[in-house]
Design a binder for this molecule. Structure first.
Ligand code: DGJ
Length: 356
């Protein structure tokens, strides 16, 4: 089967005629080939937990994808954090030009603990398709205050028993209630993405503080750990599923709200620096079902290497009752001035980027 276009929301067959199994994914472009990493989901309830691991596909044209196998396997060893039955979500891979290694980060939840561990796992490989060696997991920025943390956050004695969603609680959250609560153990890290800037500095962006606030953290020069320099983005904004990209010198973030596997309206933000300040640009989706992100949730924005000003919005249409049947919604991003605009298309191809 040779695809020559995208069909958002439809079954997407790989070159072996099997529906692609790479959910919550991200793409690395390396030496002229695209590599798509994503969660291997299984059939039936429970299929959102990791029984196989992180899968990799490769493509030269973005339409036709070859299954490259399991890049990071969930293991049988019950002493391992990535034991079968743990949660391994939203993997992203970047290439480190100095170490010549590929570095994978992903959202990790420990087996049997629901989503309470809120950790980020890291693995490395000398080969893009793997196998990746698991290095361990982090609660980021343990004992590091965010940059520009005001004295108020450091000195306030927050009331951890404040009733959730009350105005007093919201105010405390914005001032750093959860940052302070987690200071000694490290900050929570759930939905995440990676972004590498032109100067080679890499950042880990994750939903933290009980999913209420995004954190952006600088990675070390090997991309395998944190430097301790980090900042809060949009405190109390309740953003999940972050995707970051750069266009014409500006930084963009697209995210979702927090409604579990159910879709909600996407949000977009722009900034002159990764450290902000971030300006809200509203829902980038327009038209029918825009308030549900066309029944999907963001996972990545892919800049197309060979084309000018061409970005693909990648999202997941989750199927929690039968996760393996989840669908991929890929749509081109247009821009109205600096504002990203995403409209539904039943079918499209890369020539849309030549029509501007
Ligand atoms: C929404 C997140 O975006 C997904 O990656 C997943 O963690 C679900 N929540 C779990 O409910």
């Amino acid at each position: 089967m040779n695809h020559q276009s995208f069909h958002p929301g439809k079954i997407w067959y790989d070159t072996d005629s099997v529906h692609i199994n790479a959910h919550g994914g991200g793409i690395l472009s390396h030496n002229g080939i695209y590599y798509w990493f994503g969660e291997h989901k299984t059939a039936g309830e429970g299929g959102n937990t990791a029984f196989v691991g992180i899968r990799c596909y490769s493509s030269k044209d973005l339409y036709n994808w070859k299954n490259e196998g399991v890049a990071l396997a969930a293991v049988d060893d019950t002493d391992s954090e990535i034991v079968k039955g743990s949660v391994m979500e939203r993997p992203k891979v970047i290439y480190n030009d100095s170490t010549k290694k590929f570095v994978m980060w992903f959202h990790l939840e420990l087996k049997g603990q629901g989503y309470s561990a809120a950790r980020t796992g890291v693995a490395v490989s000398e080969n893009v398709t793997g196998p990746y060696a698991y290095l361990g997991s982090h609660r980021p920025n343990k004992k590091d205050w965010p940059v520009h943390a005001d004295n108020e956050m450091k000195t306030t004695k927050f009331d951890n028993d404040l009733k959730w969603w009350t105005p007093e609680w919201r105010e405390a959250v914005e001032k750093g209630l959860f940052v302070k609560r987690d200071f000694e153990v490290g900050q929570m890290s759930r939905d995440m993405t990676l972004f590498v800037d032109n100067d080679g500095t890499a950042y880990h962006i994750h939903s933290s503080e009980e999913n209420l606030t995004l954190h952006i953290s600088e990675l070390n020069s090997e991309y395998t750990g944190f430097t301790g320099k980090w900042k809060r983005i949009l405190p109390g904004g309740h953003n999940e599923a972050p995707a970051m990209f750069k266009r014409r010198g500006k930084y963009y973030l697209i995210a979702s709200g927090c409604t579990g596997w159910k879709p909600n309206a996407a949000r977009s933000f722009v900034a002159e620096s990764v450290w902000g300040p971030w300006k809200t640009l509203g829902n980038p989706c327009v038209g029918e079902d825009a308030e549900l992100t066309f029944h999907s949730q963001s996972t990545f924005v892919l800049p197309i290497q060979e084309k000018e000003d061409a970005y693909i919005f990648m999202a997941d249409r989750w199927r929690p009752d039968n996760p393996i049947n989840g669908r991929y919604v890929w749509l081109p991003i247009a821009f109205d001035g600096e504002k990203p605009v995403i409209s539904w298309k039943d079918e499209w191809d890369l020539s849309v980027f030549d029509e501007k």
